[in-house]
Design a protein around this ligand. Structure first.
Ligand code: UDX
Length: 427
């Protein structure tokens, strides 16, 4: 199949590389010339495990440019542009609009247009109307909604092993499902077919539900602290029930990243636009927005006054195995510590601090970060932080506090080396 991917972000690029690996001829268009130059040199503009190898391996079937005329040759067009949040929480669709403009001006023969970008309910239907309004003949295209569920850090694996493939179709479309199935031939997953808007809402519902699980366990962590119970025991105890499941029940600094905060807000906004009051979504966000306060209070209990203290923060990325710092709770915590007058030495294996902060220095190793520290905070659960030699850490630090902001450490191992362990909901 000849496929054109629009947008070379982490979704577009992962999709492009995997579709090329599946045997398709793939061209990826992006307006960012610097990105295209990098990609044509075999370099990936961000860190995503396994992606560079896959792009390099398939370089004969995977090309990159900023040229829209490639669309003419493609049977399938996959839209993977960003839909960032507007200040009011709604999704900004300006990149989708720009794509529609180009499609209307370029398409001359039949295309299956697949939307992978996360878009608010009703957007795909609107896209069809817009394309027709811009002069595209209705019989020249079908719109398909095919949201992605890729996790950063394991996007390549997730693309090859999805737990489902969601396909939203126009009501009278009897040919696009076969096109999508041919595109994903070689990938084994159940298909969930629904309407265009149904598929859009599945994506939002999935992310909102996962965010709800995290806020739920973070609220339980607060209750656990009050009753001197370990929240990890609670997560384990409830997780055996198949109706609940063991995943996404790790209490910590709260959820971040480019998807959860934006998508929960966008769903809230969409609900209100139809006069539905989203009580639960509001509560989920309110727990998340106050989770750092809870963690800072805990730090303050032991280290007060925070002002003037030297804190080692391990982790800057919003989660491990990525260099992404968008809406990163780790970076937000570093900012709060800086505002509280702490001196911070921050280390992350891949991520870089977005902007300079008073008395914050990014260092190049754990070793450097912990020298003379009054307290150590695990802000991102990278594997290398979970398996530190705690005796060495103790010897390098000035104080003894280890605050496990991701509940990922072996508490006994930390305590046995003479350090003081403090987790989230782990009194
Ligand atoms: C998420 C969805 O998982 C994915 O399906 C969707 O397509 C995009 O959004 P991602 O943003 O890569 O993926 O991150 P994810 O692994 O879901 O983690 C999101 C945030 O939740 C991170 O900040 C993580 O640290 C936090 N988290 C996750 C917790 O605090 N506790 C948990 O138990 C799990």
């Amino acid at each position: 199949m000849n496929i054109c991917i629009i947008g070379a972000g982490y979704v577009g690029l992962t999709t492009a590389a995997v579709l090329a690996e599946l045997g398709h001829e793939v061209h990826c268009i992006d307006q960012d010339e610097r990105k295209i130059r990098l990609l044509n040199n075999g370099e990936i503009p961000f860190y995503e495990p396994g992606l560079e190898e896959l792009v390099t391996k398939n370089c004969n079937y995977l090309t990159f440019s900023g040229r829209w005329d490639y669309i003419k040759r493609a049977a399938v067009i996959v839209i993977c542009v960003g839909t960032p949040p507007r200040p009011d929480g709604s999704a900004d669709l300006r990149y989708i609009e720009a794509v529609l403009e180009r499609l209307a001006a370029t398409v001359e023969s039949y295309k299956t247009i697949i939307t992978k970008s996360t878009v608010p309910p009703g957007t795909n239907e609107w896209m069809r109307t817009e394309l027709i309004r811009k002069g595209m003949a209705p019989h020249l295209f079908r719109i398909v909604s095919n949201p992605e569920f890729l996790r950063e850090g394991s996007a390549v694996y997730d693309m090859f092993h999805p737990d489902k493939i969601v396909v939203g179709l126009e009501p009278d479309d009897d040919r696009s499902l076969a096109v999508v199935q041919a595109m994903y031939a070689g990938i084994n997953a159940p298909y969930v077919t629904t309407s265009l808007t149904g598929a859009e809402l599945i994506k939002y519902a999935a992310n909102a539900f996962l965010a709800t699980k995290i806020s739920f366990i973070n609220e339980m962590a607060r209750i656990c602290d009050a009753f001197a119970v370990d929240v990890n025991d609670i997560a384990r105890g409830i997780g055996f029930d198949p109706r609940i499941g063991p995943h996404f029940l790790r209490a910590g600094l709260g959820y971040g990243g480019s998807c959860f905060p934006k998508d929960v807000k966008a769903l809230e906004h969409a609900a209100r636009s139809r006069h539905v009051e989203p009580h639960l979504l509001q509560a989920v966000q309110s727990v998340n927005a106050t989770q750092l306060d809870v963690c800072l209070d805990k730090l303050n209990q032991v280290l007060a006054p925070l002002h003037g203290k030297k804190i080692a923060v391990l982790g800057i990325a919003f989660k491990p195995n990525t260099d992404d710092t968008r809406f990163s709770p780790a970076e937000a915590l570093i900012r709060r510590l800086s505002e509280a007058g702490c001196t911070v030495a921050a280390y992350d294996p891949k991520a870089t601090l977005t902007s300079p902060l008073a008395n914050v220095k990014q260092v190049r190793s754990v070793h450097e970060a912990i020298q003379g520290a009054d307290g150590l905070v695990i802000a991102t659960d990278w594997d290398e932080f979970c398996t530190l030699d705690w005796s060495e850490v103790k010897a390098a630090m000035n104080g003894t506090l280890v605050f496990d902001g991701r509940n990922c450490l072996d508490r006994l191992a930390v305590e046995q080396s003479g350090l003081r362990y403090m987790g989230v909901g782990r009194p």
